[in-house]
Design a protein around this ligand. Sequence first.
Ligand code: PMP
Length: 354
Amino acid sequence: MSSWRDNLIKTEPYVAGEQPKGGKFIKLNANENPYPPSPMVEKAIAGFRAAGLNKYPDANVAPLCEALAKRAGVDTDNVFAGNGSDEVLALAFRAFFNSELPVLFADVTYSFYPVWCENMGIRYECIPLDDAFNYKAEDYARPNGGVVICNPNAPTTIGRDLDFIRSVLDANRDSVVIVDEAYVDFGGVSSLPLLSEYDNLLVVQTFSKSRSMAGMRIGCAFGSKELIAALRAAKDSYNSYPLDSVAIAAGIASVSDESYFADTVGKITATRDRLTGALRDMGAELPDSSTNFVFARFPGHSAVDIYNALKTKGIYVRYFNKPRIDDRLRITIGTDEETDMLIENLRRILGNNC
Ligand code: PMP
């Protein structure tokens, strides 16, 4: 006899970094920004007129899309905004990946991509990165129903240049190519300049990392008018108003403050480069990072043991129990003080007092 239980969702969901509660801890496991958002965001929220909440927000988030369009040098019709880039990506998968052919993405990349495919019944193929975790453009020159490139890639931290993205686009004139730029502001190269040449390119960005607004849930995408119209159709088949009025006001305030944005990103990249040096001095191996995190292995030590030892000290980093990367830790760049605590504890754990 069948039961309602047989009909429950079977998808194995994406697992986000732990969100420990209470106590004092250092949280370096979700690639959050350790600094607050721009003071302009604080001001916009404090001055928000709650009386206006009786009305729905702008369905296409036009005021925020206008600000983003101006910054990127495109039209407002080339911009989409959603409730975090996770939602933007999910809607993009729904809107663009309706072919019988598999969608292609790397084997080591953002682990939400296969979850969306499973959830939406989209065929997909994971293409192995090379031994140094580099994408190879020729791997994406095969029949497919779409391509997703994460640039810089997570969790590998490695960024690729525009020649690479261009090669992927040239080999895929008949597929939509999504470039996920969640971490691009920390040293990656954005594909936004390629938008005028390729109407099948969608560039997805987020306010969660470089703009310190993970708690506000704002993501955006840039693409041809046709792609943006398809994204809006996907959105309107699901939830007409994904961004609330407070988020729209706060997002506009963030975009207006270029200097705070540049300062914060500069502080994080300086701390990242210092941490990279300290880790290498301890014997760790890691690629140069173009993101706000590092991805390190510790020869002679087990990554999960280090992860657990740090946790007992109240320091949370990310360990993935997955093939090819279970010998590594992904560590988010925190403040200088947090980074000093991390380095001190790692030296102790590794029995390395240099
Ligand atoms: N893409 C990548 C590569 C990410 O690491 C993340 C953060 N987990 C996201 C997209 C989604 O971020 P958000 O929904 O906060 O914009």
